[in-house]
Design a binder for this molecule. Structure first.
Ligand code: NI
Length: 185
């Protein structure tokens, strides 16, 4: 048995279940400096976390998000650097197994440090090993924006925010700017 309003209700409940935007911690929140623990098992809870993190990242909008940024201190990252926003990558328990000696300076920003962009030097290419949402191990060779993004997000899992690579003077300025911004909201 079904009628239109019940169907609409069911549809809205499904939407609610799929969509869950998580709140993103803002620098200099101390919780951004917690070190994430490895995920013991890739189960429905982790798949739900990945889905919610993806929705949160796309809505922000951003190209990468680490679980640390949504106050979940487990080794989970989502990234989508595609122009079409339909190439979601989930990295569970990621490790960098190789990085190039060549390094490159590029501009970075962070959903936890809104409005701040600055240059950071990182390995130009990296190879990452991680588990996917099915719990299967995969390896991925990353370069360009993807290489920058994975290194940036893995720093988050270690409790580091990209502004820590900047000069102490810049960090102080950014902290005070962020505190003013938080106060204004
Ligand atoms: Ni970030």
């Amino acid at each position: 048995m079904a009628n239109a309003s019940l169907q609409r209700l069911a549809a809205s409940q499904i939407t609610l279940e799929i969509m869950a935007l998580l709140s993103i911690l803002n620098y200099p929140d101390k919780r951004l400096h917690k070190v994430a623990k490895p995920v013991p098992e890739v189960n429905d809870r982790i798949r739900r976390l990945v889905a919610d993190m993806a929705e949160t990242m796309y809505a922000a909008p951003g190209v990468g998000l680490a679980a640390t940024q949504v106050d979940v201190h487990e080794r989970v990252i989502v990234i989508d650097v595609s122009e079409t926003h339909d190439e979601l990558l989930a990295f569970i328990n990621p490790e960098i197994v190789w990085s190039s000696d060549e390094r490159k300076l590029s501009e970075e920003g962070c959903l936890s440090v809104p409005g701040i962009y600055d240059n950071v030097e990182r390995a130009e290419k990296v190879r990452v090993r991680a588990l996917n949402e099915k719990g299967e191990t995969f390896e991925l060779d990353c370069e360009g924006l993807l290489a920058v993004c994975i290194q940036h997000e893995m720093d988050h899992l270690m409790g580091h925010v990209f502004v820590e690579y900047l000069s102490p003077l810049k960090q102080t300025r950014i902290k005070s700017k962020m505190k003013k911004l938080a106060h204004a909201m």
